[in-house]
Design a protein around this ligand. Sequence first.
Ligand SMILES: [Zn+2]
Length: 371
Amino acid sequence: MQTPPPEPAPSPVVAGSACRTATASLHFDFDGASASACSVTGERDFTLLVTPEHFPPINPSPWYAFRYQAEGDAPVTVTLRYLGGFHRYAPNWRSGEETRDLAAAVSDNGAKAVIALPPGSGVVSAQEVIAPGDAAADLARWSRLSGAPVFTIGFSHDARAIGAIRLGREDAPRLIVLLGRQHPPEVTGAIAMRAFVDALAARADTLGDVQVLVVPMLNPDGTAHGHWRANRGAVDLNRDWGLFTQPETRAVKAWLDALPSGVRPALMVDFHSTGRNLFYVQGKGEASVDQQRFLAAWLEGRETALAGYPFTIEPRNANPGSGTAKNWFHQTYAIPSYTYEVGDDADRPATVAAARALAGSLIPALDAAKD
Ligand SMILES: [Zn+2]
């Protein structure tokens, strides 16, 4: 009688769980940590499989984030192996208040990157971690600056509250809509949005006949889980405008539908990140005279005027049914509707300064387009 084969040895690969040896460990136990499979490849060597939340990925934004603890000063290395993507984000390291980018030795045509970790402990992530809790802190700060209350505009797929704030008077007729973080890894867009809203909230009492709806974290589930793109319904939220199959986009739509008569969107700006700084705006053929005047007053001619933050303006005609916030707001309300894209490697202080400057000139530009 043949004996059954032995049970296979348990795999050392455990997605999203701690990976440890006697002297070093990696952990994935915080909001924003990736669900990467981790394997121990030596006493002080680990390998992470950086994978998208569904395959194939919609966008090559391979997010990774973990924290580590190591005893002693011997080097600890982490090898990132990318499935369905290539190394894109320089590793950001943070320990307490200290932060810097780490070097990554990239090979296999970008499919592999090796990082040497500083001794001790820290968090390593594809970009700075700005998690749902950080967005809540931002909202609380905007509330203190402006006196406006924070409210919950809706709930995510996994029932996380989606926080929002309205700056200015509830009956102010012109509404600016600011959206952030539809796409979890796009942190530089979040950095710009934070500075942009800081500037507006600080003078919310001077907004006059303008009010501003701010939703800084539209995809809290995807961000908390370290997704590359989607929400927990496996949907790219920025392809769902018009369809409104997802609770996150529906929440904003329901709020807009409940606006009092006399209040109407006048502008939408949606913050994202990509390879370089740019604004996607309406194509020349589809922008009305007023919309072209707004673009001229706000952005045109300033492409190289903001220190350390050069940008381009990219007119794009609407692709009907594309489901982007940009196209849906433009087509639904006949308003300027822009995607504010910040480069992955954009200089952070320059990004902040530029966002503040652009916020400062926003309402004068709206006024100029109206007159
Ligand atoms: Zn995006």
